[in-house]
Design a protein around this ligand. Sequence first.
Ligand SMILES: [Zn+2]
Length: 149
Amino acid sequence: MSSSYIQKVCKTAGLRSYKVNAAPNRNGKQYLLAKQRARKLYDSLIQKFGCIVMDDESYVKANKRGNVADKYKNKKFDKFPKKFLIWQAICQCVFKSDPFVSTGTINQEIYVKECLQKRLLPLIRLHKDPVLFWPNLAICHYGKMALGW
Ligand SMILES: [Zn+2]
């Protein structure tokens, strides 16, 4: 049976389904500690900066929706469609960096040159107060060159 047929049958029968939310596997004590530490981090560090800047990267498949160049929209018979890596930074006051789009992977040289130097720095310079840049745990963010930058 197709999933759309199952959905149709469930809808006809008046049944609803829900997805289970993912949550950290913490006991009560761990939950309390995490909450206390988050508060401590916020009080001691984050409040000292005017804005928090975060970045992230994700792989996306080319499809017919969105703002993708025409030459990538019509690859109908690719068994393994081309993937794009998109990196972008955003901050608390909702400034966004220009996106970095690549068909390759991101290493620390590319990260420093294309993401930090060309795109993150202009975003940071839009602020008059110091900002806190909070990268995620991707490996390329913690290489010698990236940390030095
Ligand atoms: Zn900002």
